[in-house]
Design a protein. Sequence first.
Length: 254
Amino acid sequence: MHKIRTLIVDDEPPARKLMRHLLSQYPDFVVIGECSNGEQALRIIKKEEPEVVFLDVQMPGLDGFGVLENLKTEALPIVIFVTAYDKYAIRAFEASAIDYVLKPYDHQRLDKAITRVRQNIGRKERTGGKNSTATLIGDTSDTIFSTQRILVRRGGKILVVRVEEIDCIEAAGDYVRLRVGGQEYLLREKLGVLEKKLEQDKFVRIHRSFIANIDRIKEMEPVFHGDYRVVLIDGKKLGLSRTYVSKLFNALRT
């Protein structure tokens, strides 16, 4: 089993202790050290070359973003930002972190971050490549951080899409197309996977290729032989599969 050499950086001792305890539950992760500030983290990262760093964002002096800015791009470890505020999500993207976890720690969220680390390391071992900034950003450009917001890339920018503003979601192979107020955004995620992350009382599957926002449905119009199609407030028409008719009607009644 490949042992993933991991460094914990946090100015709060209880937070470092808790993260070490949580990581002890993953047998392939080995904590090689702890740092209480950014300056110390820089020295240890350059000396020990850990594969993964759980890096606190807010620290006195040199903060987490400052640590990354002072490291050579080609020598970047895999970084998971740790913060108490999700407002740092976009900056985490821009700073090449592959993910971030919020305090207090959520085990399910940490599991996802761990999985992403393993995937990156596995890819590196297969290709013999290094963790470049471009590669890391490419891996995380479409990461969903919460059920309230989705981050998507467009034209070199990272856009924040509020989930409640999504009209519908359409399958597009290994991607989905988000329709938001007449605009469309492509997200690297399969429809079935995304469906499980959405609030079931707000978004309902109406077809194997469509998920609709209940609050954006205007009407159902008949087509032929007792079939219907869904019409959204903006006039967009979606196929309604007979398989999902009862599910849709039940959702509309609540």
